[in-house]
Design a protein around this ligand. Structure first.
Ligand SMILES: Nc1ncnc2c1ncn2[C@@H]1O[C@H](COP(=O)(O)OP(=O)(O)OP(=O)(O)O)[C@@H](O)[C@H]1O
Ligand SMILES: [Mg+2]
Length: 507
């Protein structure tokens, strides 16, 4: 007899329906799985066999054929165990159920317990999109699936429990999420901005960066507080909106990185990979491409400390994502696109010894070495960074004084207010913040008066700015105006934005 159950695969960050067809017929006993299965799917035979036996059902010693359709979609991982087992029980007439509007997902252990599966959120989203109303998922993944509204999500503990439910002998209650999305209390941050002494201009620049999601690079001598400032940056970031949280959660779900205690990522990610990271680790890759750090930092921060130490090829491949906010990875089998809309924070010393330009300690590098060090970052990469800021050494008075500066909470309140203005501006569009604006939006929302135009013209000539830099300055000025609560971009806003562009380098 033939039985059909629907399950789901994940391609990139999206779900794709998979029909699991199981045929049990007379003939030489055997178990074959066809339809481009990988090794883990092939091993499914053993798990299904054992879990059927150990759940007190009988395993048919007949000719069993499982087809996973469509055949051209590669099937990865163990998530097809449960649908195969259910199909097998139906095909061997041990179970009758109408599963035409249900999706089944889950890995089985040998004793019939249903185990956690990656990527349940995109699968649930697909189920809803395609008009399925019922989802059978591993019990531990039910909260994640229930993030998608209007679905009956059944948490399944064991194969036996699912069969009992399908036969209406011991119905399982659908999972109802206990909580709504509410802006939660901020997590405990390692350091507060109040504890960073001096560096007020750097804090201001970081506030602007957070408000409009602008990229920023800090240059300064060792021990000036660059790493400290970057690490305390999450404490002034605005909260995620629900839509953003779902976007981020999808990426973490597919990468199997969701925290055990919460199905939803509620705080902006902060990723700080070490400079020895591989090309594929940074932008994504692998034979079956997985999201890299730039996608894991989506809607959050990618902090690259000691920027010139990173492999220059890896940095160059970030150029396209920095502009388009997505990354496309091509393979022989086709290409995949992952979101990568992140805020880049870089930190670096001005030269190998670290003291070039320092007023107190003399730099011991030759000019050639300084130039070579600075050249490790290419012009096109630097052009994509809106805010270039110097972090000089802090003097003793500031460092030893008791005066605490502004707390992160206060700064974050201003950042939130500026974000609220942006959300209002972009309501009904896909944009979230000023950095997302394209040339069309820049023309519409970043209007400057005649005096402003003159200032921009002078700056363009003096700093030899590119067209990109011109647009980036306007977006940055828009954010500075938003922070000030102004509808119009005024001269001081423009002047501050221009001041963040890079000065001439050494030489
Ligand atoms: N502005 C500051 N206020 C308070 N403490 C500071 C400040 N700057 C530096 N420190 C202290 O110095 C330590 C080192 O600072 P940090 O690691 O941020 O320096 P850095 O600029 O990243 O240096 P490097 O270029 O060597 O990486 C901090 O952990 C902190 O204890
Ligand atoms: Mg450092």
């Amino acid at each position: 007899m033939l039985a059909k159950v629907t399950s789901c695969a994940v391609v990139g960050l999206d779900g794709a329906l998979v029909d699991v067809e199981v045929d049990v017929s007379n003939g030489q006993a055997g178990f074959t799985i066809v339809g481009l299965p990988d090794a883990a799917v092939q091993e499914s035979r053993e798990r299904v066999r054992a879990s059927i036996k150990n759940s007190s059902f009988s395993y048919p010693f007949k000719r069993i054929t499982v087809n996973l359709a469509p055949a051209d979609l590669r099937k990865e991982g163990p998530a097809y165990d449960l649908p195969i087992a259910v199909g097998l029980l139906m095909a061997s007439e041990q179970l009758t159920a109408d599963l035409s509007r249900a999706l089944i997902i889950g890995e089985l252990s040998l004793d019939g317990i249903v185990r956690h599966t990656n990527g349940v959120l995109p699968m649930a989203a697909l189920a809803r999109e395609r008009g399925f109303d019922t989802l059978f998922v591993p019990a531990s993944d039910a909260p994640e699936a229930a993030l998608v509204p209007d679905l009956n999500v059944y948490p399944i503990e064991t194969l036996f429990a699912l069969v009992m439910h399908l036969q209406s002998m011991q119905p399982i209650a659908p999972y109802h999420p206990a909580h709504d999305f509410a802006p939660e209390t901020a997590p405990a941050y390692a350091t507060d901005f109040a504890e960073v002494r001096g560096q007020e201009h750097v804090k201001r620049a970081l506030e602007v960066a957070a408000a409009g999601q602008h990229n920023l690079i800090m240059t300064g001598p060792p021990g000036a507080g660059k790493t400290l400032l970057a690490r305390s940056f999450p404490s002034i970031l605005p909260n995620l909106t629900l839509d953003e949280a779902l976007e981020v959660t999808r990426i973490y779900s597919v990468n199997d990185m969701l925290p055990a205690d919460s199905p939803l990522i509620r705080h902006r990610p902060f990723r700080a990979p070490h400079h020895t990271i591989s090309h594929a680790g940074l932008v994504g890759g692998g034979r079956w491409p997985h999201p890299g750090e730039i996608s894991l930092a989506h809607r959050g921060v990618l902090f690259l400390d000691e920027l010139p130490e990173f492999d220059s090829r890896s940095l160059e491949v970030m150029r396209q994502p920095l502009e388009d906010h997505i990354v496309t990875i091509s393979r022989a089998q086709g290409s995949l696109t992952f979101p990568a809309n992140f805020l880049l924070i870089g930190a670096m010393n001005p030269c190998p010894c670290g003291y070039y330009g320092d007023p107190i300690k003399e730099c011991t590098c030759s000019l050639t070495n300084v130039l070579r060090y600075q050249k490790r970052l290419s012009g096109p990469l630097l052009d994509r960074i809106d805010i270039h800021i110097e972090v000089p050494r802090v003097d003793y008075e500031k460092l030893s004084g008791d005066r605490l500066s502004e707390t992160s909470d206060k700064i974050r309140a201003r950042v939130e207010a500026a974000r609220a203005r942006q959300r209002q501006r972009f309501a009904g569009t896909k944009l979230q913040c000023n950095a997302d604006m394209g040339p069309g939006e820049v023309r519409k929302y970043c209007v400057v008066d005649e005096a402003g135009k003159n200032l921009l013209r002078a700056a363009m000539q003096q700093l030899q700015m590119s067209a990109r830099a011109y647009h980036r300055i306007l977006k940055l000025a828009r954010t500075i105006a938003d922070l000030a609560g102004c509808d119009k971009i005024e001269m001081p806003h423009l002047a501050e934005a221009i001041q963040y562009r890079p000065r001439k380098q050494a030489g």
